[in-house]
Design a protein around this ligand. Structure first.
Ligand code: GAR
Length: 188
């Protein structure tokens, strides 16, 4: 059973998808802890409902990115986490966290990388005129959204798409490939 630590900043639909995959035995793992950085993030509620320990590490309490990452690494180690999953984690990661979990940090990103890196991937795909976008599960490296790709899924962009409709179709794919990629990666 792989011990997972999940980092999330917002709604947590991907957190829920991983929790569901574990419950339905598609994924042989356990979420040991959720770490979230926004006091109002709905993901905390989801963790509470699933009886998963949730730790708030508010980035506003740390002056340097490295200090936040040190606190994150400590918390993950306290919970004996083996694989770290960034499920909508909206902070830039430093060497501190990468060194604490080398090749053990997985991220979900809402584009077909290497296209549309960064925090506005869906807006950029819409604005660019491409007809296909999607989502990517990848290993986290120091350069943002650039680590080894583990899994991708394509999503067509429809003429009537808005940010909202496109994001929700991308998320539906994220909810499939994030648990699937963890299941495959944990065997390594
Ligand atoms: C997801 O669509 C994820 O791809 C994106 O945030 C959303 C979180 O949704 N991540 C990034 O943009 C990372 N730069 P969720 O909170 O419902 O899982």
């Amino acid at each position: 059973v792989a011990k997972l630590g999940i980092l999330a900043s917002g709604d947590g639909s991907n957190f829920e998808a991983v929790a569901q995959a574990i419950q339905t035995r598609q994924l042989n793992a356990k979420i040991e802890v959720l770490i979230y950085n926004n006091p109002d993030a709905y993901v905390a509620k989801r963790a509470e409902n699933s009886n998963i320990p949730a730790v708030l590490l508010n980035h506003r309490d740390y002056t340097q990115r490295e200090d936040l990452d040190t606190a994150i690494a400590k918390t993950l180690q306290q919970y004996n986490v083996e694989i770290v999953v960034m499920a909508g984690w909206m902070r830039i990661v430093t060497q501190v966290l990468i060194d604490a979990f080398p090749d053990k940090i997985i991220n979900i990103h809402p584009s077909l990388l290497p296209s549309f890196k960064g925090s506005r991937a869906i807006e950029q795909a819409l604005a660019s005129g491409v007809k296909i976008t999607g989502c990517t599960v990848h290993l986290v490296s120091l350069e943002v959204d650039s680590g080894k790709i583990l899994m991708q899924s394509a999503v067509p962009i429809l003429p009537e798409d808005t940010l909202k409709t496109l994001h929700s179709r991308i998320q539906a794919e994220e909810h499939k490939i994030l648990p699937a990629a963890i299941a495959i990666y944990r065997l390594h």
